[in-house]
Design a protein around this ligand. Structure first.
Ligand SMILES: C[S@@+](CC[C@H](N)C(=O)[O-])C[C@H]1O[C@@H](n2cnc3c(N)ncnc32)[C@H](O)[C@@H]1O
Length: 280
């Protein structure tokens, strides 16, 4: 087999096939100028499969059943997973100042939170750490379901181990209470404490496939920084699917740079990037 450096460059037709599959399966759309990104993301994976060109990979994919695991690896290679602890802090402030104080329901059902498109877990763990602190002052229970289409980031999330440098946005008291810092040879690493991890469950969910088969309806939905990858039709499908999965009075948070303008949906606008399902 040729060395990876001698790998054929990608042909436009192969790129076009691959991006159409990505859109079909995950709703992610890529413009023509993403050709090098696709080649860069897939080259090593294809090489690892023992193939030496993108065309070979394309003809391999065309022969696979829709349920074949390779489709999952293909999607894993092409997702963009950038995230941070307490990313877009205004959402966490709004949750703790405007929403949680109204949750006092002694003996009531847990508040159900969905971190959809959770990437490697920083978002749901930020929520869990914050809510565990707030639980000391307000009487509520909660659970967090965190999902993503990418199984590679989900396994990082379930592990809960991160580089120490990821913690810049984590307030000191949350760090002290909920995170274990590595020492010696693992000084550069930190781990989310088990007492935090037990509030969060991770599983795969493809937002492009509606309706969502959720075991219950959600009171808070974080669906942030994923809509930017979708076409308008897909955004409409996702946002309406989330509405179906939301309980009466639920809040939806989307990314600060995302917008539902020109999208047909039943959510009530609260403020930029925050929406609500009106109570019946
Ligand atoms: C940029 S990250 C955002 C992570 C986090 N929500 C945040 O705001 O920091 C986008 C995530 O969306 C996921 N994603 C892309 N398409 C998806 C789909 N169809 N269903 C579920 N997750 C998807 C990607 O795997 C990636 O982890």
């Amino acid at each position: 087999m040729a060395a990876i450096e001698n790998f054929d460059s990608i042909k436009f037709d192969d790129f076009d096939f691959l991006r159409n599959q990505l859109k079909e399966i995950a709703g992610i759309q890529l413009s023509d100028n993403k050709i090098d990104l696709v080649a860069g993301r897939l080259r090593r994976h294809i090489y690892g499969l023992g193939m030496s060109s993108f065309s070979q990979y394309v003809s391999y994919l065309t022969r696979l059943h829709a349920n074949h695991d390779e489709w999952m690896y293909f999607i894993n290679c092409l997702t963009t997973n950038k995230t941070d602890f307490f990313r877009e802090i205004e959402h966490f402030n709004y949750l703790s100042q405007k929403i949680v104080p109204l949750w006092q329901k002694p003996g009531g059902l847990p508040v159900r939170i969905w971190s959809a498109a959770c990437s490697s877990g920083e978002e749901p763990y930020s929520l869990a750490m914050l809510l565990l602190e707030l639980k000391k002052s307000f009487d509520f229970e909660f659970l967090i379901q965190a999902t993503d289409i990418d199984t590679k980031v989900l396994s990082i999330a379930a592990n809960g181990v991160y580089k120490r440098s990821c913690l810049t946005n984590v307030p000191m008291h949350l760090y002290q209470n909920h995170i274990t810092a590595g020492t010696g040879a693992i000084h550069d690493w930190i781990k989310i404490k088990r007492e935090v991890k037990r509030w969060v469950t991770f599983k795969r969910c493809n937002l492009a496939q509606t309706p969502y088969l959720t075991p219950y309806s959600f009171d808070i939905i974080f669906c942030r920084n994923v809509l930017i990858y979708f076409s308008r039709n897909t955004i409409e499908k996702v946002i309406n699917g989330l509405y179906q999965a939301a309980s009466s009075g639920a809040y939806l948070f989307i990314g600060h740079t995302e917008s539902l303008q020109q999208i047909k949906h039943p959510w009530h606008y609260v403020k930029p990037s925050i929406y609500r399902k009106l109570e019946k």
